[in-house]
Design a binder for this molecule. Structure first.
Ligand SMILES: Nc1nc2c(c(=O)[nH]1)N[C@H]1C(S)=C(S)[C@@H](COP(=O)(O)OP(=O)(O)OC[C@H]3O[C@@H](n4cnc5c(N)ncnc54)[C@H](O)[C@@H]3O)O[C@H]1N2
Ligand code: MOO
Length: 410
């Protein structure tokens, strides 16, 4: 049975919706390398205000603004120094009529209400400084101008108050938001649990080691694993046996460990199509979609096991994943819909009338060149800059016409 690209897309979207809906929450440390680009599953609220405490914006002197009201270039005011506050030190107390050297990020001493940058002091540099517990300060600093209250002081909570919403549920965690979560004192972040996929290749011709005559390296495994990982999927790759009974037993075992099983190969019209032969009697759906490459497609729901079956030719496998799975992963991960580019076609191209063709293309010198349609041309796939969709009903494209191009690498 042949179905359209849109129908198959819709069928897979409804097949996978309960899978995505069931994922729930996973708590990741804010330092986790897996956190970037994940989606928060709950509202997160600040434990600490940002900034966490009132601190200095400059390396300079914390003083009371009232002590410098008369300061002028011809009448500098000299203040004895108190202890020095470095970033990370506990809060000091400023005695009236003194100046406390403070470094950027240090707590503003209690009683101080303004900061004068060191370069604005009469000498422009710090004299010898003494931190609390390391002796008695003896120096002085002179100032030639008043400094208004609050100047160069960063108040606690000015950016975000304690208890305020840091990120609503559904936020995609970009690096800056990770900084906001960390700054607000959150150490464990609730994110939507990553989809766990078992990526199963099939075919006696595949080998990851020594190649016997007739064998080829397994390209689909590393290719699709890389694609899925790019979309935050936890992937486990496995080569399933080519006999239907062993295949079903393996699927049975895998279903307890993963959310989704993706098989590649073994679904077309051959005599040894293990995936189709194993899953058809169990209610699997195998049909031809009016697309090229990627015509043979399948899926099955076996109890709790959701199985997606892609064709084995590497180009067909990757484009099947790009067409049917990646858009759902992008939606789950809160990514915006990709946008096409537009370029004039360098040379004419043709396409079968009753198929939606997805062609690989090069973009050079502002023009797009469509490559050969063969679904075994994995190196052409690798060097392509973009995909070009030629819908059902369009048989001829002419040189110079404007073409939509879609990136595979977003
Ligand atoms: N009589 C027909 N033959 C075929 C049809 C058809 O409609 N009638 N469809 C063709 C199309 S279109 C495709 S696509 C393929 C899909 O076949 P399968 O999904 O059954 O895949 P296999 O037969 O297992 O493999 C196809 C091809 O890809 C190579 N392959 C498979 N797995 C890998 C891998 N992991 N790494 C690298 N290469 C792989 C395999 O060796 C075959 O060359 O069927 C057409 N035939
Ligand atoms: O659909 Mo197949 O993917 O044309 O080779």
């Amino acid at each position: 049975m042949t179905c359209t690209l849109e129908n198959h897309r819709a069928e897979l979207a409804s097949l996978l919706k309960p899978v995505f809906d069931s994922l729930g929450t996973q708590w990741l440390p804010v330092t986790s390398e897996q956190l970037c680009d994940r989606i928060t599953s709950e509202d997160t609220f600040a434990v600490l205000p940002i900034p966490a405490f009132t601190n200095s914006q400059m390396d300079g002197y914390a003083v009371r603004s009232a002590d410098l009201l008369s300061a002028a270039p011809d009448a500098p005011v000299s203040l004895p120094l108190g202890f020095t506050a470095a970033a990370g030190d506990p809060q000091l107390e400023l005695q009236p009529g003194t100046a406390s050297p403070v470094m950027t990020g240090a707590m503003i001493p209690a009683g101080a209400d303004t900061v004068i940058p060191v370069e604005e002091s009469a000498t422009g540099t710090f004299p010898e400084l003494v931190r609390c517990g390391h002796g008695t300060p003896s120096g002085q600093a002179a100032f030639t101008a008043p400094s208004p209250e609050g100047r160069f002081i960063r108040p606690a909570g000015v950016d975000l108050a304690a208890g305020a919403l840091v990120a609503p549920a559904g936020t995609r965690l970009a690096p800056a938001m990770i900084a906001a979560l960390a700054s607000s004192g959150l150490t464990e972040i609730p994110v939507r649990r990553a989809l766990k996929v078992a990526l199963c290749t099939t075919g006696d011709e595949l080998s990851n080691g020594q190649l016997a005559e007739g064998q080829i390296p397994d390209a689909n495994s590393p290719m699709l694993a890389a694609l899925l990982r790019r979309h935050q999927v936890e992937v486990r790759t496995i080569q399933l046996p080519d006999d239907p009974q062993g295949f079903v037993a393996a699927i049975d075992e895998l279903q307890a460990e993963v959310d989704l099983i993706v098989t590649v190969g073994g679904i077309s019209a051959g005599a040894y199509e293990v995936v189709r032969q194993a899953l058809s009697p169990l209610g699997g759906n195998f049909h031809h979609v009016a697309i090229q490459p990627g015509g043979p497609q399948g899926y099955a729901q076996l109890g709790d096991a959701t199985v997606l079956c892609f064709p084995g030719n590497p180009v067909s496998a990757l484009l099947s994943a790009e067409l049917f799975l990646v858009p759902l992963l992008r939606e789950f991960n809160g990514l915006p819909e990709p946008r096409p580019g537009h370029y004039p076609l360098a040379a004419e191209a043709s396409s079968p009338e009753h198929k939606h063709q997805v062609r690989r293309a090069l973009i050079r010198d502002g023009q797009v060149t469509i490559l050969d349609p063969g679904s075994h041309l994995v190196h052409d796939l690798a060097r392509a800059d973009a995909l070009v969709h030629i819908p059902v009903g369009v048989t001829q494209l002419v040189a110079g016409q404007s073409i939509e191009t879609w990136s595979m690498n977003v």
